[in-house]
Ligand binder design. Structure first.
Ligand code: AOF
Ligand code: ZN
Length: 341
């Protein structure tokens, strides 16, 4: 199963909206076939693993290992459980059950009904973590939410004078900034509040890394984002969450999602993103936006940089209770990663 997970990671960045899946075929304690899912629309991991076995007659004696339950439905490709049955593979070892409603449990049922010996739950936690975005999206019906901020060592995210047009004051060093662009490329969307748009005028694109730009999302319930803001430059898909009074219409790559007064805006955002099949989002500020997601317990992971400067005064860093799962020192910064239980 460890090898399945290792193979599955080869698909990182190309399988979305499908999960990362790896599979191996074992006979007499030796691996005789391997495969992983490369890309949505293309064959699943089990198909590649089965096809890689040169002598197909060996499959009848072999065991197939797969990090996710073999599918049972016709999606863009036919069901893997049917192929396993057709090839006469008698033992199937599965990492974790597929949370996708069309499959969930029915792949296992199909295999068992056909007389296969099925084992479920080998390295289950690792198999779930491998597809944390996919699992959160299907189980919680909302994207996987990552919070990101940088704070000084005296726990401020911005100095006191934030009202005038100002050059951003960097807390983190350039290598940390590049890492942030890599993170943006790994998620489907990026979100900020309107204060961040007004004060920092960020582009929220990837410039110091390669890959796709995430969908930009800004919360602007008071309609204060200036039309000349960089995020309205039409270069990439952008959604403005705003009030019903906002007169702006959708234009090019920019959409306005107008929410009625007194709605829970965060739940609304999660629903909009779920409908758009956005499986993950990174929230980059400001304090109010981040803290409101924390207060609603709508977060899964927080990535907090701590630089070696002090501000002594200013905007306090968000407050969060989570499990510290990693701590790493870079040139001058410390990066801490927290997980919500
Ligand atoms: C597997 N093995 O390698 C993957 C699976 O549209 P399709 O046909 O590609 O089906 C997509 C769904 O299939 C996806 O949402 C997930 O439930 C499952 N992915 N299943 O047996 C694989 N990638
Ligand atoms: Zn499949």
């Amino acid at each position: 199963m460890s090898r399945c997970i290792q193979l599955a990671k080869n698909g990182l960045g190309t399988t979305y909206p499908n999960p990362l899946v790896g599979s191996v075929i074992v006979l007499n304690h030796k691996i005789i076939g391997e495969g992983w899912h490369y890309k949505a629309g293309e064959p699943h991991a089990e198909v590649h693993a089965i096809n890689s076995v040169k002598d197909q007659s060996l499959l009848k004696e072999a065991t197939i290992y797969v990090s996710l339950e073999p599918c049972s439905h016709y999606g863009k490709t036919p069901p893997c459980s049917d192929l396993i049955i057709e090839k006469g593979i008698k033992k199937v070892v599965i990492g974790t059950i597929d949370p996708f409603a069309k499959v969930s449990g029915s792949g296992v049922k199909k295999l068992m009904n056909a007389g296969c010996d099925v084992v479920v739950g080998v390295l289950e936690k690792k198999c779930n973590d491998l597809n944390k975005r996919f699992f959160t999206f299907h189980n919680k019906k909302r994207p996987y939410i990552i919070l990101k901020w940088a704070q000084t060592c005296d726990h401020f995210i911005a100095p006191i004078n934030t009202n005038t047009e100002r050059k951003p004051i960097w807390i983190t060093n350039p290598s940390s900034r590049q890492l942030v662009h890599k993170w943006r490329a790994e998620e489907s969307a990026i979100l900020v509040g309107n204060q961040t748009v007004i004060k920092d005028n960020p582009k929220l694109t990837i410039r110091e890394w390669h890959g796709n730009h995430p969908t930009r999302i800004a919360i602007d319930l008071t309609n204060k984002i200036p039309l000349k803001s960089s995020i309205l430059d039409q270069t990439t898909e952008t959604i403005i969450i705003t009030s019903e009074e906002n007169k702006e219409e959708d234009k090019g790559n920019t959409q306005y999602k107008k929410v009625p007064k007194n709605t829970n805006v965060l739940t609304e955002i999660c629903d909009v993103l779920y409908r758009k099949e956005i499986q993950s989002i990174i929230i980059e500020g400001g304090r109010h936006a981040i803290q409101s997601f924390i207060d609603e317990n709508l977060w899964d992971e927080a990535r907090v940089f701590e630089g070696n400067t002090t501000f002594e005064n200013g905007i306090k860093a968000p407050l969060l209770k989570g499990n510290l799962i990693a701590e790493e020192k870079t040139v001058n910064d410390t990066l801490r990663i927290y997980q919500n239980d």
